[in-house]
Design a protein around this ligand. Structure first.
Ligand SMILES: C[S@@+](CC[C@H](N)C(=O)[O-])C[C@H]1O[C@@H](n2cnc3c(N)ncnc32)[C@H](O)[C@@H]1O
Length: 359
């Protein structure tokens, strides 16, 4: 769950719970692997709802009933940090509509463009030995190792030193409602230039609630059209839909989320009652444009506190046309599954490839 700036009383976004933590863990891995796979091409990351750059993560209460609060890098800074070492031909577009949050984001990005971003470098001890062949002294070269810290305040672990590094990516900031700027982004940054092929695009859409199908998602879907080169990570909120199901705004909310015309809502949603049915319908729409649509995690408390959790569910949906991205994502998610959902579900259920191959 995320709080609006008025509720939170500051530009920092406050999130609660393990699922949110897992969302950031997934992003941390995914930005790295996506960048690794696509590094030979010109590529663009578009964070449509970027937030302020730093997130306050509230963990479980400890023995003394005190919450464990941690400041971590939010999605826009993770995009920069996790692509740092391979950032040529990369553009990172960060959009945030709230003025206070946008100003924070501008401050952080400016700081790291001017002074670099903190990373930890392994102190390599030089190892000298005598070659048996030539009898000369030689140096053993070790591969450089880096750690990319998860939090702005992290200290280097033993054996590492703090250094600053600069991204070669072009960082573009917008302070707009994404609905007002998506067409410009698609036209200006995601079309073929005279000499080049179309850049590869990774959209991260992380609204605090509902996102319009026809104004945002459908446009991304149309770019994808089952061809490699467009990926989408969408934070899909059941909470936002569920909140409105018994209210007079139900039909307009469903129209916004699914793009279904108002006069067709009653007919199309007649049989759709449960959360999973709403989610499946949405995933089926995405599948018309992406070969693979997978769910990344659900709240850990779903089984433990089913009644409570039905109001706070969201799903991270990964939409891709690239099979290797999908399996790498699965491999990374496997590593973090304990933190996402306890041990009671195995990976096959945890990450579900909704459709294997488009025939
Ligand atoms: C869940 S937060 C983003 C968190 C961020 N992606 C992260 O992981 O660090 C959603 C953000 O979207 C912003 N927002 C809300 N409506 C928006 C819109 N129409 N266009 C762009 N940003 C919007 C909010 O101000 C808020 O900062």
């Amino acid at each position: 769950m995320c709080l609006s700036s008025a509720e939170a009383g500051s530009a920092i976004i406050r999130v609660r719970g393990k699922t949110n933590k897992a969302k950031y863990e997934f992003l941390r891995s995914y930005y790295t692997i996506w960048n690794q796979i696509t590094k030979t091409r010109s590529r663009v990351i578009i964070d449509t709802h970027a937030g302020s750059g730093i997130v306050e993560l509230k963990g479980d209460k400890n023995l003394f009933n005190k919450s464990n609060i941690q400041l971590i890098y939010g999605s826009p800074l993770l995009a920069i940090l996790k692509t740092l070492k391979i950032s040529k031909n990369l553009t990172i577009i960060l959009n945030e509509s709230d003025l206070e949050r946008f100003n924070e984001l501008k401050k952080y990005t400016k700081e790291l463009m001017t002074n670099g971003i903190r990373i930890f470098k392994k102190e390599l001890k030089e190892f000298r030995y005598k070659s048996l062949e030539t009898k000369r002294q030689r140096k053993l070269k070790k591969k450089q190792e880096w750690i990319f810290p998860e939090t702005p305040n992290a200290k280097p672990p033993i054996g590492y030193i703090e250094v600053r590094d600069f991204t070669k990516a072009e960082i573009i900031l917008y302070k707009k409602k994404i609905e007002e700027i998506i067409d410009e982004i698609l036209l200006k940054y995601l079309k073929k230039s005279d000499k080049n092929e179309e850049p590869i695009a990774l959209f991260f859409v992380d609204p605090c609630g509902i996102v319009s199908w026809s104004e945002i998602i459908e446009k991304i879907c149309k770019r994808s059209n089952k061809k490699e080169g467009t990926e989408l990570i969408l934070n899909w909120s059941w909470e936002a839909i569920n909140r409105n199901l018994n209210s007079p705004s139900k039909n307009s909310v469903l129209n916004k989320v699914y793009g279904t015309p108002i006069n067709r809502i009653d007919e199309e949603f007649r049989e759709i009652i449960k959360m999973n049915q709403f989610l499946e319908k949405y995933i089926n729409q995405l599948r018309e444009y992406f070969k693979y649509v997978v769910r990344i995690g659900v709240p850990k408390d779903r089984k433990i506190k089913p009644k409570l959790s039905q109001y706070k569910k969201y799903f991270l949906l990964l939409c891709t046309n690239n099979k290797s991205a999908l399996s790498l994502a699965g491999h990374k998610a496997e590593k973090i599954k304990d933190r996402m959902r306890g041990n009671f579900l195995n990976m096959k259920k945890f990450i579900r490839a909704s459709e294997k191959v488009d025939k």
